[in-house]
Design a protein around this ligand. Structure first.
Ligand SMILES: [Zn+2]
Length: 251
């Protein structure tokens, strides 16, 4: 195949045989592709192929088998993400989520743009927990989970406090709480915020101030949704779950 230009983000690389590397790159124009880099350590590209580096590359993209890099015209790494263990953990997690959300070789420029924007916000020290929550909620549809936190599934009212029901795969307003005796008893503020996050445009993200207590409740609720509807278990997420202990120690 002929050489083509595209933006890309290095997802990970691994050694292959003695000298070579396989590098997985999420490209803007061709989805996630595995690239073969011969003599990787001696290659002029070696410093550009670190995890989470943004690239402008020229490459031969093959639909069957491996692809090959011809040139890299620009490589940028994230300063804050690479220097802060918390930022790095959250970035790893959303990158892993984007990786498992779509099959390889599948074109999804919208997801690519969404991921790049989310990483940019984390790198600019915008609240990484909130950015991650927004990412998690909005990417759920890629896994086939279309949830609506906007209205009661029974009466479609939007103005009453709501709870979440797995039985109905949606929300129940206060008047219909008794439709599901096993409803989740979620703080209505959590449902409201998740609804806002679902609709939020990262390009115009407002300043969001949320208490630690409410953030913890949002974290629990999204974990519940992911356990029930998504079912992926990522190493990077386990690491984040352990981070709160670290945060307490460092305080
Ligand atoms: Zn209702």
């Amino acid at each position: 195949m002929q050489n083509v230009e595209t933006g890309g983000l290095v997802l990970f690389s691994r050694n292959y045989r003695e000298q070579d590397k396989l590098v997985k790159i999420f490209t803007e124009s061709f989805g996630k592709r595995m690239f073969f880099v011969k003599n990787a350590n001696k290659s002029k590209f070696s410093s550009s192929l670190q995890n989470f580096t943004q690239l402008e590359l020229v490459a031969a993209i093959n639909d069957e088998g491996l692809s090959f890099i011809s040139d890299i015209s620009d490589a940028t790494s994230y300063q804050f993400i690479n220097s802060d263990i918390f930022a790095q953990s959250y970035a790893s997690y959303i990158i892993s989520l984007a990786d498992v959300a779509i099959p390889d070789n599948h074109y999804d420029a919208a997801l690519y743009g969404f991921l790049m924007k989310s990483l940019e916000l984390i790198d600019n020290k915008i609240d990484m927990e909130i950015v991650t929550n927004i990412f998690e909620l909005q990417i759920m549809s890629r896994f086939g989970a279309q949830l609506d936190f906007d209205q009661c599934v029974c009466c479609h009212r939007q103005d009453l406090p709501m709870d979440f029901s797995k039985k109905y795969n949606g929300c129940l307003c206060r008047n219909h709480f008794d439709e599901d005796m096993k409803r989740e008893h979620i703080d209505p503020n959590v449902i409201f915020l998740c609804h806002s996050f679902m609709a939020m445009n990262l390009e115009t993200l407002p300043t969001i101030n949320i208490s630690d207590e409410l953030k913890a409740k949002i974290r629990c609720f999204i974990d519940l949704l992911y356990d029930h509807y998504i079912g992926v278990h990522l190493k990077a997420k386990k690491f984040i779950d352990g981070l709160s202990d670290w945060a307490d120690i460092m305080k």
